[in-house]
Design a protein around this ligand. Structure first.
Ligand code: ADP
Ligand code: ZN
Length: 732
């Protein structure tokens, strides 16, 4: 037998794949998509088998072990991984490691595969003697092969009887793999059959045609809140399955959108389609099971968050990206990919329809639709002729609130409670107050590890950093001047909840934010409380704005619209518009019409006036003009180079050095090198941070420049880490 050579991506910071010899004893186990143990220097590391080459090469090291019995991804995934690694300037092995389910990465051994023991009647069995043994044999004759657990349920302790039956050859023992059930604690929903509205029908026609063409087609489903986008996804997926192909459905965060998963289950589980849900709430073992089921082709529909874009589905007909504008599709550290962008690439590589859905598409997505690069499917109206909610801007400079809520919102909340209708309040700040302020000297209490104030939590009597979790008992005296008056400044959800309790003493109030939903099931309980109308008022951070469908909500209040507008980021306006539109869209989804009150000091701001009129297009025009002036996306392409380290001077020096190198390489001026400058969060988790922004009017010169990154990174001095963020979403 000739030498077989494996192309292997090792889980280490190397840009390219390496070659290893596969010893004859392992050749029958070596398939593309399995993990290997391979030597690297003096260590042994995990690698991923990407392919084979048969020419003999001298001096190659041997693969030490094949770690999987079956592939974790198929061959067509390899070019996809390679392209992603190249595009995001990230080591190939780390890309694959990020793509595969957690639990496979660190340890060499993955999570255990669970098996159960199964017993069946042997072909020629006599009647056994003991009563229990006879009962077991009769049971097996009637019911066929049965698991040990079930026999125990039927007959109590059966261990000895079974052992004797097996010894006598009357019963045969086998084992089968036990698949951990990822749906165990997901809510089921009823499938409500609806007749598609005309606009839904029109969208579906285009989608069906695209599916029949079986080529890559990007489509934007731009539907106002409550226009029935989910129904379009469901039918589009059904159409793909009918055509014998499979579907991948990406959602921003599974844990926050259980309703969508519930609707898919309700529609498809009954029809016999096999659904796999990949989400971070699963244990490592459950995720591993679901993943392997997908890799074996045992799932027709895969639903998952960001990382599900790497799910090894073969024969994809459609990829749905729900709420395509959502920031959570972008991974914020390590391999900083954008799942929507990778979904488009994947669709291109496998000839699938990519359906992007949103009420507030990303500016860049809508721009592509305007340019004709993406098909445009509008759903301009809510289902059943339901009106959009009316939106009123409450000018806080005219209506100064005593606490957090100004008079118009207080009245509206009271009225709504009296009518027995539900309200929802958005305040995008956790805790009681964003900081404690010394009334005497104006000092604030800051995190020692981060350039940020410590959030004050009153119920727990603690000050905590929302970035690094550092916490502290609130001191009695100001650490700067020994003053004795430290006052909570500003308001978070906890304070709002308290104020509401005083305003509406008889109301049931729920709070939904990261602090109240830590415990398993807590988030679901809040959603259930809203769905069955036990909760009168739900307050919370942007979590409350996610695609929930609560028909009883007729009033939505936004406590402070300005905080979102004032962030030092060129996407702040886009994000604020989308958040306001999404949360407003929670009102009036049922029979009763809805209204929205937005509190602001800046009622003339275009983001607010456009959101108040549900006018995406005017917002888009205005924002697009701003972007054009600044050369920001979609008119420019960005990459952000970040440097971080424990020693400030070293980070500064490294940033200067790297900026010089970029400058020299950029040469002709097709790419602008801006900085280095301190990041807006100039210190985070104890690390000092500097950034260099690379900006170009077209992509090719930027990509040419970025191709040097791996070499440049090697020159950065020890103690400073350089990373690159291609198409950064925020630059904090
Ligand atoms: P969106 O995601 O666009 O905000 P949803 O998909 O949540 O809207 O749909 C809103 C509600 O309208 C859901 O309760 C859904 O069952 C219902 N619905 C969708 N399509 C129709 C239709 N054609 N006729 C009646 N009700 C519909
Ligand atoms: Zn901190």
């Amino acid at each position: 037998m000739s030498d077989l050579i494996a192309r292997v991506a090792v889980a280490a910071p190397l840009p390219k794949a390496l070659s290893y010899r596969i010893p004859e004893s392992l050749q029958h186990q070596a398939q593309v998509g399995v993990r290997l143990r391979v030597p690297l220097g003096r260590r042994q590391v995990v690698g991923y088998l990407l392919g084979f080459a048969e020419q003999p090469v001298e001096g190659l090291k041997d693969v030490a072990e094949v770690l999987d019995r079956e592939p974790l991804f198929h061959e067509q995934m390899v070019p996809f991984f390679e392209w992603a690694a190249d595009y995001y300037c990230h080591p190939l092995g780390e890309v694959i490691r990020t793509a595969l389910p957690a639990g496979l990465s660190g340890s060499v051994q993955g999570p255990a595969i669970l098996t159960e023991r199964i017993f069946a009647l042997a072909s020629d069995s006599d009647r056994p003697r003991g009563a229990k043994q006879r009962a077991i044999v009769d049971y097996l004759r009637q019911h066929g092969a049965t698991a040990m657990a079930l026999l125990k349920e039927q007959f109590g302790n059966v261990y000895n009887s079974i052992r004797r039956l097996v010894e006598q050859g009357m019963v045969e023992e086998t084992s089968r793999e036990l698949r951990r059930d990822p749906f165990a604690d997901m809510p089921a929903a009823a499938d409500i059959p609806v007749v598609p509205a005309a606009s839904q029908q029109a969208a579906l026609q285009t989608i069906d045609k695209a599916l029949k063409d079986a080529t890559f087609q990007p489509l934007l489903l731009h539907g106002v809140t409550g226009s029935g986008k989910t129904e379009v996804y469901l039918r589009a997926v059904q159409e793909a399955l009918t055509g014998g192909r499979k579907a991948l459905v990406l959602v921003p965060e599974i844990a926050l959108t259980p309703q969508l998963v519930g609707r898919f289950r309700a529609r498809f589980a009954a029809a016999g389609a096999r659904l796999a849900v990949l989400h971070s709430g699963l244990s490592d073992g459950e995720r591993y099971d679901a993943w392997r089921a997908v890799a074996r082709g045992e799932a027709d529909i895969v639903i998952g968050a960001r990382s599900a874009v790497f799910a090894p589905v073969a024969g994809l007909g459609i990829i749905v990206v729900d709420e395509e504008h959502e920031g959570s599709y972008k991974q914020g550290d390590g391999f900083r990919y954008h799942a929507r962008d990778l979904a488009l690439l994947r669709g291109q590589m496998c000839g699938a329809v990519v359906l992007l859905g949103s009420a507030t598409p990303a500016l860049t997505t809508f721009y592509r639709a305007q340019q004709g690069q993406t098909g445009y499917l509008p759903l301009a109206d809510r289902v059943m002729d339901r009106p959009m909610p009316t939106v009123v801007l409450v000018d806080l400079s005219q209506q100064r609130p005593e606490g957090v809520l100004a008079e118009p919102l207080r009245l509206a909340l009271q009225e709504n409670l009296e009518r027995g209708e539900q309200s929802l309040l958005l305040l995008n700040r956790r805790g009681f107050a964003p900081f404690l302020l010394c009334v005497d000297c104006g000092a604030t209490l800051r995190c020692p590890n981060c350039e940020i104030t410590l959030t004050y939590y009153q119920q727990q009597r603690i000050l905590r950093c929302n970035y690094c979790d550092f916490s502290l008992r609130p001191p009695d005296l100001c650490p700067a001047c020994n003053g004795s008056q430290l006052a909570p400044e500003g308001a978070g959800t906890e304070r709002l909840e308290e104020e509401l309790g005083e305003l509406l003493p008889t109301a049931v109030i729920g709070r939904m934010d990261r602090d109240t939903t830590l415990r398993k099931g807590a988030h679901q309980r809040l959603i259930d409380g809203m769905a069955n109308r036990r909760i009168d008022v739900l307050v919370g951070t942007q979590m409350v704005a996610k695609g929930h469908d609560f028909p009883g909500v007729t009033l939505v209040g936004v406590v402070n619209a300005d905080s979102a507008l004032n962030l030092p980021d060129f996407r702040a306006a886009e994000r604020a518009f989308s958040l306001l539109t999404q949360v407003a869209g929670r009102a009036g989804r049922g029979e009763q019409p809805g209204r929205v009150l937005i509190q602001t000091y800046d009622p003339d701001h275009y983001v607010l006036s456009c959101a108040a009129r549900h006018d995406y297009r005017s917002f888009y025009e205005e924002e697009l003009a701003n972007r054009q002036v600044l050369g920001y996306p979609p008119f420019g392409y960005l990459a952000n180079c970040l440097l971080a380290g424990n020693d400030e001077q070293r980070v500064i020096a490294a940033a200067e050095g790297l900026a010089n190198s970029w400058q020299q390489l950029a040469g002709d001026g097709a790419v602008e090198v801006l900085g280095p400058a301190p990041c807006p969060l100039s210190r985070l988790r104890g690390k000092w941070r500097r950034q260099i922004l690379l900006k170009a009017a077209s992509r090719p010169p930027l990509r040419r420049l970025l191709s040097h990154f791996n070499a440049l990174r090697g020159q950065v001095p020890a103690g400073v880490a350089a990373t690159i963020d291609v198409d950064p979403l925020d630059m904090l």
